[in-house]
Design a protein around this ligand. Structure first.
Ligand SMILES: NC(=O)c1ccc[n+]([C@@H]2O[C@H](COP(=O)([O-])OP(=O)(O)OC[C@H]3O[C@@H](n4cnc5c(N)ncnc54)[C@H](OP(=O)(O)O)[C@@H]3O)[C@@H](O)[C@H]2O)c1
Length: 320
């Protein structure tokens, strides 16, 4: 039986990967504190704080795949030291945030990376994790670089904001869509591919990204997926910024909206992912799954990302 060690497994993606591994017959162990949530049914939690001495003592045995979800050097490096010699294959979940620029549509994995300086920054820590993993594992390492991960249960509330917003009535505020793009990866596609790539011992750095859609087409598909029959009100970047609306994520934001200089962040090449066996759920199917999830979680709930209804109305009124 395939034995898989997930370094994590209590967060959203780690649990989804573990679920696929269990479904495909692997014996799955998840090393985590248990603070972030539960592990997938059928997986075993090994409770340990990875920043403490001896955290890896229980798992220093042979593994068909080790799947690393963390990126903080204080977690990544001791794990490599303790476990690299025991792993036939290692999968590091990195990110497309490792690239230093987002100005070239269709750029592939050879694009220049951020040079790590401040390891408390996400991109810097991700690149440092890639480098230390490569040094320890050589040709046993898969570096999966997902784009924006979306799907049911997403704790970041970004993609789901739009579906939830369009389930409500009233004019919906959106950013200017011209020359803007949406590229996401459905968590189901990502988790399935990570399981398969581990089994097939795929190696190298691979962007795990979906199809590129014009942002205009994304909103058309989101409207079709929902019952929305109101107007979309596009506002210029300058107006949104003057109203204190944030790009991309978090409170008082328009999720998925990026500065014009970064629009190619959502236009990465996914050719290597498809060549390595990745498959993609159609956007309308992902939207339908997210709508079902948003409806079950209540589209009126407080969110981690987006505008509240009052913020949205205030910005629309201020813009005239
Ligand atoms: N969301 C996106 O759109 C996106 C895009 C690209 C890449 N990514 C990457 O995708 C991954 C997301 O992973 P995820 O959702 O499974 O989990 P996560 O929320 O990022 O948490 C990582 C895991 O590490 C564990 N952990 C943290 N500190 C620990 C410690 N001191 N000791 C032991 N375990 C510890 C957590 O478990 P406990 O808290 O239970 O200990 C959790 O299971 C990340 O690598 C992220 O950078 C995300």
């Amino acid at each position: 039986m395939r034995r898989v060690l997930v370094l994590g497994g209590t967060g959203w993606l780690g649990r989804e990967i573990s679920r696929r591994e269990v479904e495909r017959g692997a014996e799955v162990f998840c090393l985590a504190r248990g603070h972030s949530g539960h592990v997938a049914d059928g997986a075993h939690l090994i409770c340990a704080d990875r920043s403490s001495a001896g955290a890896y003592d229980e798992v220093k045995t042979d593994w068909d795949d080790v799947i690393e979800l963390a990126y903080e050097p204080a977690l990544v490096e001791p794990a490599l030291e303790a476990l690299a010699a025991h792993a036939a294959h290692w999968t590091l979940v990195s990110s497309v945030s490792v690239y230093s620029k987002n100005d070239e549509p269709g750029a592939d994995e050879s694009a220049r990376l951020v040079e790590p300086q401040d390891l408390s920054r996400y991109a810097d820590a991700k690149v440092a994790a890639e480098r230390s993993s490569a040094a320890a594992l050589g040709d046993r390492l898969l570096i999966a670089r997902p784009g924006l991960i979306v799907g049911p249960g997403d704790p970041s509330d970004r993609f789901g904001y739009w579906v939830a917003r369009l389930e409500r009535s009233g004019p919906a505020l959106i950013p200017t869509v011209d020359r803007r793009f949406v590229q996401v990866i459905d968590v189901a596609d990502l988790a399935s591919w990570i399981e398969q790539a581990g089994r097939e011992r795929v190696i190298g750095a691979i962007n795990a990204v979906g199809e590129v859609h014009q942002m205009r087409d994304f909103f058309t598909a989101a409207i079709e997926a929902t019952a929305y029959r109101g107007d979309l009100v596009e506002l210029d970047d300058q107006i949104l910024l003057a109203q204190g609306v944030n790009f991309w994520a978090g409170p008082r934001s328009l999720p998925l909206w990026l500065p014009e200089t970064d629009t190619a962040f959502m236009q990465r090449s996914g050719a290597a992912f498809l060549a390595a066996g990745g498959t993609l759920t159609a956007l309308d199917a992902t939207l339908a799954r997210v709508l079902a999830d948003e409806s079950s979680r209540n589209v009126h709930r407080e969110r981690r990302a987006g505008l509240t209804p009052i913020e949205e109305i205030t910005v629309l009124q201020a813009a005239g």
